[in-house]
Design a protein. Structure first.
Ligand SMILES: Cc1cc2nc3c(=O)[nH]c(=O)nc-3n(C[C@H](O)[C@H](O)[C@H](O)COP(=O)(O)OP(=O)(O)OC[C@H]3O[C@@H](n4cnc5c(N)ncnc54)[C@H](O)[C@@H]3O)c2cc1C
Length: 333
């Protein structure tokens, strides 16, 4: 069931509240719903970062297709087991008397036994008026994901620092020509860029405008009064990520990178509060399959937590027990 509420106060009681409609949150919802527990997903959008991925070629068992198609499939799967999905934003979370109470922008009050924060990350944008219309049409926020699509093409990259070095290392060997736009002067990635004969550095420039007919074709960059027009097949923007987890801060510890610290089972320092996906510290590589798996880890842990609170005997075991018993005769070779 997918609901979109207007501004009104409504109350929902659920076993697990999942915050986030990306691959992590929806994978978690699928597992929880399939265990016959009540799961409510609240998400600002369905898709998260995968909505920016023009094509996904590396999700096992999934034929190459736009990222959003993958997420919509997982959403359908979760809904087929009665997961409730609400498009809204969680703005506050409190824990009192062992239960969580979340409030949303549209006025919902959601009481739950457990919470999974799968709030992900949002790529920092350039802030240009036409930016959103070119996403997936020549504008990418993920070099590692989309660089292979531009083999032999001319691309521009806006980045800096270690991320700039990493992205140049991926793009320069693949692309015909790379225009490297570094907003800062004397950035250390510039020395690295000079090692590649096909990389042209634009030091101290910022992007003023992007243009194109059906897809992105032109990037206008600026330094002081000087403007340069670059004709490109793609523009990569890697200038960091933003997270939206301020409302959780009193219940979680956060790493230097802004990720929620979890143990190997996705648990935070607050009992009943789990985190998953790109926002969780147990996903060292930010890829869809890893976020999905992290969502499932948090889901299984949340299921165990809910069952424990309800006094149910059922438990998902963490791993096979190692038995050192002698093999039964019938298994001997
Ligand atoms: C351009 C691009 C291309 C990519 N290509 C690939 C690829 O080819 N292969 C691959 O494996 N990976 C790829 N990735 C990485 C992959 O998309 C991410 O690792 C993965 O989607 C992370 O999923 P997630 O669910 O953890 O977070 P996200 O996708 O970031 O989802 C977070 C969700 O939480 C919601 N949310 C946040 N705060 C709140 C709140 N307070 N209330 C309600 N909802 C909230 C957001 O709206 C969103 O729905 C790509 C990423 C980008 C940006």
């Amino acid at each position: 069931m997918e609901r979109d509420f207007g501004v009104e106060e409504r109350e929902i009681n659920t076993d697990v509240l999942v915050i986030g409609g990306g691959v992590a949150g929806l994978s978690a919802a699928l597992y929880i719903a399939r265990q016959n527990l009540k799961v409510t997903v609240v998400a600002l959008d369905i898709g998260g970062q995968l909505s920016y991925a023009s094509i996904i070629e590396n999700y096992p068992g999934f034929d190459p297709a736009p990222g959003i198609e993958l997420v919509l499939k997982i959403q359908q799967q979760a809904m087929s087991f009665n997961a409730e999905i609400i498009v809204d934003e969680v703005v506050s979370l409190e824990k009192a008397n062992g239960f969580f109470v979340a409030r949303t922008k549209k006025g919902l009050v959601i009481r739950s036994i457990a919470v999974i924060a799968a709030c992900g990350k949002a790529p920092r944008k350039l802030g240009l008026s036409k930016e959103d219309s070119f996403v997936g049409k020549g504008l990418s926020y993920c070099v590692i994901c989309d660089a292979p699509l531009y083999k032999g093409k001319t691309v521009a990259l806006v980045s800096f620092g270690e991320k700039g070095v990493e992205n140049l290392g991926l793009l320069a060997p693949l692309a015909r020509e790379v225009y490297y736009i570094v907003p800062y002067h004397s950035d250390h990635s510039i020395d690295y860029a000079k090692k590649f004969s096909n990389v042209k550095v634009f030091e101290g420039y910022t992007v003023e405008e992007i243009n194109g007919d059906k897809k992105l074709e032109k990037v206008v960059i600026k330094r002081g009064a000087e403007k340069v027009e670059l004709l490109v097949d793609a523009l990569f923007v890697e200038i960091g990520f933003e997270t939206r987890i301020d409302f959780l801060k009193q219940y979680v510890d956060i790493t230097e990178k802004g990720e929620i610290i979890v143990d190997s089972l996705g648990a935070t320092k607050t009992p009943g509060l789990f985190a998953a996906g790109d926002i969780a510290s147990n996903t060292p590589y930010k890829q869809a399959i890893i976020s999905a798996a992290s969502g499932v880890i948090a889901a299984l842990s949340a299921i165990n937590y809910v069952n424990m609170v309800k006094g149910a005997k059922r438990k998902v075991t963490v791993d096979w027990e190692k038995k050192s018993l002698k093999q039964p005769k019938r298994f001997r070779l």
